[in-house]
Design a binder for this molecule. Structure first.
Ligand SMILES: Nc1nc2c(c(=O)[nH]1)N[C@H]1C(S)=C(S)[C@@H](COP(=O)(O)O)O[C@H]1N2
Ligand SMILES: [Mo]
Length: 509
């Protein structure tokens, strides 16, 4: 039996459009940059000589980009239909076409300002969608073309049409959803970029905070490199003008404050290191930033906390909750409703426009991003997102330390090689850091870099004389109360990992 040419074309066209829609949706939802097709249009404009672009603008007006996107889409439609024809003969031919298109898309997406690996996810998803949809649509056609297939055309047609309808539906839904969510996000990103916060100053890394060792982690973590942990599938996009915080519960007076009122107050600025309870010993889920915000204690004082309360249940715009010990929000530490990170409005991913930062507590009990509600309450009366899932109610950060240079498995100079890393005991402070070679329990002192307060991590460095060959290095920290970091190994659940970061290195002459 023969299938009609039109069906193969249609299969190619639909698969192509579905892949584009999926890549568009993902790009708009999880990033703030352009979708792949717009990125290609941008790239074409950038690579085209200026006079040509000017002439084009004269010809088509300021809609040059729209026109270009339209042209690209028409070209793509032709290509897609052709992949349907190609699929009739072989599998590899349409795959090659998709591969080339995906590479062009990835290059365009990756060449945007500030692009990172995340931006390629849409392209990869689009590529996978192309292959999957083409396979799905062409398999009934292929079956019908097999020698000896029944002559009855009805089944093939039905099966093809159902699949085509399904794929078209998914494509349209992805496109509409991507647009609805993505456009809001982009407006918020624009508002964020235009936002001026007069009370916010640029970070000035204190002298001597960084040890002078090549490849060492910077003491101040740039926002782009800051670890990110949240349960949001797509992050809340909140216009500052729409943001409000409500403080209620066991208080004398409910407080409702909007963004302008918040930033009109006195802003406190501080270096604070935050980390995640799920960080393994030696892990990367920790970062240090210059935060600007309003002290939570001040707002709670105005609300008037009633006796008997011991917790604040914080709620994020996305519904996530955490229970924070009241004491950590009302004592003299810099628990902040932060509006800026490293001198700039918070990145959307890190809680724009307002998040909480509490020195000394793990993020899951304190660092509520996109915070909109604080309910003064009692631990006995509440549960929160992570405590419902088996994590401990209180989350004080455990003292820990990490070796950053050399990396595990790396090399170190045999004589006078330097080992360096970070150590932290937020809000208590690090007194000493010691390293041990080959498990000898002969803990040697290290030199500490300077820190402006006890709420940040501190860098340490030591010079070792090792015999050439393989060695095992371990590190441990001692806090200002004399507490020695335990070597007892425990996993992250339920209240933070313990143990000594241990790495293997090779000493070379
Ligand atoms: N709204 C919201 N806030 C949240 C979370 C979350 O899932 N949702 N995760 C918390 C956890 S577990 C950590 S460790 C920190 C991480 O903050 P960051 O992503 O800015 O590094 O945010 C906290 N705030
Ligand atoms: Mo976390």
């Amino acid at each position: 039996m023969r299938t009609s040419r039109g069906a193969w074309w249609l299969a190619g066209l639909l698969a192509g459009i579905a892949g584009l829609a999926v890549s568009y949706c993902i790009a708009l939802v999880i990033t703030v940059r352009d979708d792949p097709v717009s990125a290609v249009a941008e790239l074409v404009i950038r690579l085209t000589p200026g006079p040509v672009v000017e002439r084009a603008i004269q010809a088509v007006g300021r809609h040059d980009k729209t026109v270009l996107v339209g042209v690209i889409l028409v070209l793509l439609a032709v290509l897609f239909a052709w992949t349907g024809q190609l699929a009739r003969g072989s599998w590899w031919a349409p795959t090659v076409v998709y591969g080339v298109l995906a590479i062009v898309g990835a290059v365009a997406v990756g060449s945007q300002r500030g692009a990172s690996g995340v931006d390629a996810v849409g392209v990869v998803a689009g590529f996978v969608t192309w292959l999957a949809c083409l396979a799905l649509l062409t398999s009934p056609l292929r079956r019908a073309e097999q020698p000896g297939a029944p002559v009855d055309d009805g089944h093939t047609r039905r099966s093809f049409l159902i699949r085509a309808g399904l794929i078209a539906g998914v494509g349209v839904t992805a496109g509409i959803a991507g647009r609805a969510i993505g456009v809001g996000r982009r407006r918020v990103e624009e508002a964020r970029r235009l936002l001026r916060l007069p009370g916010v100053t640029a970070p000035r890394v204190p002298r001597g905070a960084n040890v002078d060792v090549p490849d060492m982690t910077p003491w101040m973590t740039p926002a782009d490199d800051f670890y990110r942990i949240d349960t949001a599938i797509y992050v809340p996009a909140i216009q500052p003008t729409d943001w409000q915080l409500r403080i209620h519960g066991m208080v004398d007076r409910e407080v409702v404050i909007d963004f302008q009122q918040l930033v009109d107050r006195h802003l406190t600025e501080a270096w604070v290191t935050i980390c995640c309870v799920s960080n393994d010993v030696g892990g990367p889920l920790i970062g240090n930033a210059w935060w600007s915000g309003v002290r939570v204690a001040e707002l709670l004082r105005e609300a008037g906390v009633q006796p008997g309360a011991d917790a604040v249940l914080q709620t994020s715009d996305d519904g996530w909750t955490c229970g924070t010990p009241l004491g950590a929000l009302t004592d003299d530490r810099n628990a902040l409703l932060a509006v800026a990170m490293n001198g700039k409005p918070l990145p959307i991913d890190h809680g724009f426009p307002v998040r909480t930062i509490v020195p000394g507590l793990y993020g899951y009990v304190s660092a509520c991003k996109w915070v909109v509600e604080m309910k003064v309450t009692r631990f006995a009366d509440i549960t929160a997102y992570w405590t419902e899932r088996g994590w401990s109610e209180l989350g004080p950060v455990k003292i820990s330390s990490r070796i950053d240079v050399p990396r595990g498995g790396g090399e170190i100079a045999a004589n006078g090689g330097r080992v360096a890393g970070v150590a932290w005991a937020q809000h208590t402070g690090i007194e000493r850091v010691e390293v041990d070679v080959d498990g000898r329990e002969d803990w040697q002192p290290t030199e500490l870099a300077r820190v402006p307060n006890d709420d940040t991590w501190v860098q340490w460095v030591a010079t070792l004389d090792l015999d050439p060959g393989d060695h095992v290095l371990r590190v441990r920290a001692i806090d200002k109360n004399g507490l020695v970091q335990t070597g007892e190994e425990q996993g992250a659940v339920p209240d933070g990992a313990t143990g000594w970061h241990t790495i293997g290195v090779t000493a070379t002459d």
